[in-house]
Design a protein around this ligand. Sequence first.
Ligand SMILES: [Zn+2]
Length: 90
Amino acid sequence: MGLFDSSAANKISAAQLQQLNAWVYDTLSLDESVPVSISQLTCTEPGCSPLETVIAVMTQPPQTYKIHQPAVEITQDTIVQTLKEKKASE
Ligand SMILES: [Zn+2]
């Protein structure tokens, strides 16, 4: 019954989530009043990691960023790159 071992390893802790959140606020210079939600979803695209992370920033209009990595593997560099790239292409 080792089936769920790998997904348990990808569980993100509250502290990690808080860290990711802090990086998002930092990168976008967000006001504290703007809610940010970070969630992990199953990715079904071939060649992708089984978990992807979705960052939703509740500005008007809301911005959604998708990172094809489990949240535990995301570094500050990844956050900065993803958030800035998206902005530049708007
Ligand atoms: Zn993916």
